[in-house]
Design a protein around this ligand. Structure first.
Ligand code: SAH
Length: 237
């Protein structure tokens, strides 16, 4: 395991008492939506300035429990969804974590705040570049790349990962991700038709060839594209 410095966001950023108050209210809201037992996850949500991951300064929208467009037809996930997936993932400090779908970088920042050694993949170049620049500005240093994450991290030497999180709707569990999961590792992925609802799955790798699959609530995500996802803009393969 890499030993990682604790995450602290530079105080000079535009994180005003107003933003902080809105963020505290969001944390209270999530706590009331059944996540009260997830103290570490809620603390991370309370620490990450979500408004900085928005394409412009929309302080009110940034702390509503809603998804929001970030460009290129993609969205920053709803805070409840981020908290839910993060809770299922059960990240411990030093875990090697692979995220598929960097998007705005917000979910990645939450994982980094929990001490993840993060690798994050984004398919769309403009989003990948913007998130990489924002991570640097925030003093965060995940490995980022622009690639088809449905095939896993491009350099297989970086595998296996203790945790893998997919933040887009997969038509099935991508086999390449199962191959990159450590024994004892956990994969969280929403599976179902794109454009419809998906079931949140947690897959635990119990041994080299045994995987235990659990089902959780339903969500709506943007489609996972690429070879292990939806090959075109939405039709499951
Ligand atoms: N985690 C993001 C959520 C972004 S939405 C956040 O916190 O903002 C899902 C993202 O997955 C989109 O940015 C989309 O472009 C990306 N995506 C879709 N298919 C992908 C693939 N095969 N590989 C990598 N990223 C993909």
């Amino acid at each position: 395991m890499r030993s990682l410095p604790p995450v602290s966001f530079p105080p000079s950023l535009l994180d005003t008492p107003r933003h902080q108050g809105l963020r505290a209210a969001l944390v209270r809201h999530l706590s009331g939506r059944g996540l009260a037992a997830e103290g570490r996850v809620l603390a991370a949500i309370g620490a990450v300035p979500r408004h900085l991951f928005f394409p412009a300064d929309f302080p009110e929208q940034a702390y509503l429990d809603k998804a929001f467009p970030i460009g290129d037809g993609q969205t920053i996930s709803q805070p409840y969804t981020v908290a839910y997936q993060t809770a299922l993932l059960a990240v411990q400090p030093g875990h090697r974590v692979l995220e598929i779908g960097t998007g705005s970088g917000y979910q990645g920042a939450v994982l980094l705040t929990l001490g993840a050694d993060l690798y994050t993949v984004e398919l769309l170049p403009a989003l990948a570049a913007r998130a990489a620049a924002l991570f640097a500005r925030l003093g965060l240093h995940p490995r980022t790349t622009c690639a088809d994450g449905s095939c896993g991290w491009p350099d297989p030497a970086a595998a296996p990962f203790d945790r893998i999180l997919v933040t887009a709707a997969a038509p099935h569990v991508p086999p390449a991700l199962l191959r990159q999961l450590a024994v004892g590792g956990v994969l969280v992925v929403p599976v179902g038709p794109s454009g419809g609802v998906q079931r949140m799955l947690r897959v635990v790798r119990e041994s080299m060839d045994r995987f235990r699959r659990e089902e959780f609530d339903e969500f709506r995500f943007v489609p996972l594209r690429g070879a292990g996802g939806n090959r075109d803009n939405g039709t499951p393969d």
